[in-house]
Design a protein around this ligand. Structure first.
Ligand code: URA
Length: 431
């Protein structure tokens, strides 16, 4: 088959800061999916995009080309509207677990296609796989049936959805090109638009434990994604939320499931509850269900009922004991005072080193491994009190986890010296 373009010309154009044409973008994404454009050529192009950027038209074209590389799902036959949430990834970010059943309990279907963790941020599927019997792989027919019956599905994205992104994301991961805003925005939005949700709420994390360390960059990413979603006919809103410190009091697979169940039972850490309710409100508003109060559905047990049905529908036992790590080790406060800071990135890396995450796609994860936190910034602590409990099945991992945690926190004299942040930093919607 003769090709319309030459990959080297496309790379040179972006290297020399020229916008790529729609035809060039369509061709290069398609040719990369067909393996006509080689990994080393796409790596060079991704680096040129990271360094020189793309304008809004190029990003929209790139997203459309990635959507066109695979199938599109269609939920218009369901009896209720659909809404989905996507987080750009953070430490202790288990929000999807209570959120999906909560929104479903309020009458909106949630088709949540999720991924596994890579690096220091955990993956929703890894967390749910710590529930005995639960399975992530569903056929499209099973997914539709569960959405109609239970209202919420959290499952693995099938290989048919935006296959160009799957190849490109793996390549970016090993070529230092993950952080390009045009590539992040098109990667996330191509999957979400192809998934066919009616409403999309984006949780764009900002801070040490997030891709975006800086509020202005996060705002730019949020604006880009909201524009892409809106132009594709998806009601899209973004919340920018704090990721300087971990969410909740746990980071690790089964540990996070346990905390999510506490939230569904009407308890749990206040930041997890508040963010779950804030995102639920946005999803319900986008889907036209402003008559429902998600805080009430958490309190009255409806969200918990839906969680139990959602887990059982995918083979899981909601009453089963969750796995517990074989070994524990405590990090204690060296003096009386106030926890001034607890760094999200360090906690995420520690949980990963303890076995909660993986270094390569094919590595297994430990269900019970992770970090349990006993205080949040601003809390009073006493000398000798446990600040963190480290969990793992492989105790030789404790030393490397402790190493990264050494400078991860401060104890200060006064609450006024603690570094606390608002949970929701900004909201971005279509103009
Ligand atoms: N999540 C994605 O799906 N893609 C990115 O590029 C970054 C985060």
């Amino acid at each position: 088959m003769s090709e319309d373009f030459d990959a080297v010309d496309v790379i040179r154009a972006k290297r020399d800061r020229h916008p790529l044409t729609t035809a060039q973008i369509d061709w290069v994404v398609d040719a990369y999916t067909r393996e006509v454009v080689a990994d080393e050529q796409m790596s060079a192009l991704a680096m040129a995009v990271l360094l020189n950027g793309m304008d809004r038209r190029e990003i929209a074209d790139w997203t459309a080309a990635m959507i066109a590389s695979g199938e599109r799902m269609d939920f218009s036959g369901l009896s209720r509207p659909t809404a989905d949430k996507h987080s750009t990834g953070g430490v202790g970010d288990k929000i999807t677990l209570p959120l999906a059943p909560l929104v479903a309990a309020c009458g909106v279907a949630v088709p949540q296609l999720s991924g596994r963790g890579l690096g220091h941020t955990g993956g929703t599927l890894d967390k749910l796989e710590s529930v005995p019997g639960w399975r992530a792989a569903l056929s499209n027919e099973e997914m539709f049936a569960q959405l109609e019956d239970v209202g919420a599905v959290i499952c693995a994205a099938g290989s048919g959805l935006a296959p160009a992104d799957k190849r490109l994301y793996a390549l970016r991961d090993v070529t230092g090109t993950v952080e390009a805003i045009p590539l992040i925005a098109s990667s996330i939005m191509s999957k979400k638009i192809a998934e066919g949700t009616g409403t999309l709420v984006l949780d764009v994390k900002v801070g040490s434990g997030a891709f975006m360390k800086d509020l202005d960059d996060a705002r730019e990413l949020a604006r880009t994604m909201v524009a892409l979603g809106t132009d594709a006919g998806v009601h899209t809103v973004a919340l920018l939320t704090d990721m300087e410190t971990p969410l909740g009091l746990t980071a690790g697979n089964a540990l996070e499931v346990r905390e999510s169940v506490e939230v569904l039972a009407g308890g749990g850490p206040s930041d997890v509850v508040d963010l779950t309710v804030a995102l639920a409100r946005e999803m319900l508003a986008g889907a036209g269900r402003t008559d429902e109060d998600p805080a009430e559905a958490l309190r009255d047990g409806r969200a918990m009922d839906t969680w139990r049905r959602m887990i059982a529908a995918q083979g899981g036992d909601p009453d089963a004991e969750l796995p517990v790590a074989q070994e524990r080790h405590e990090v204690t406060a060296e003096r009386d005072g106030v926890l001034g800071r607890l760094d999200a990135l360090a906690v995420g890396v520690a949980a990963w080193r303890l076995g909660a995450g993986r270094a390569r796609k094919e590595d297994p994860v430990q269900a019970g491994a992770g970090v349990e936190m006993h205080a949040k910034p601003g809390d009073r602590v006493r000398a000798g009190q446990p600040l963190l409990t480290l969990h793992t099945d492989t105790p030789e991992r404790f030393a490397r986890a402790e190493e990264i945690l050494q400078d991860s926190y401060d104890i200060v004299d006064d609450v006024a010296d603690a570094s606390t942040h608002d949970l929701v930093l900004d909201r971005v919607s279509a103009r």
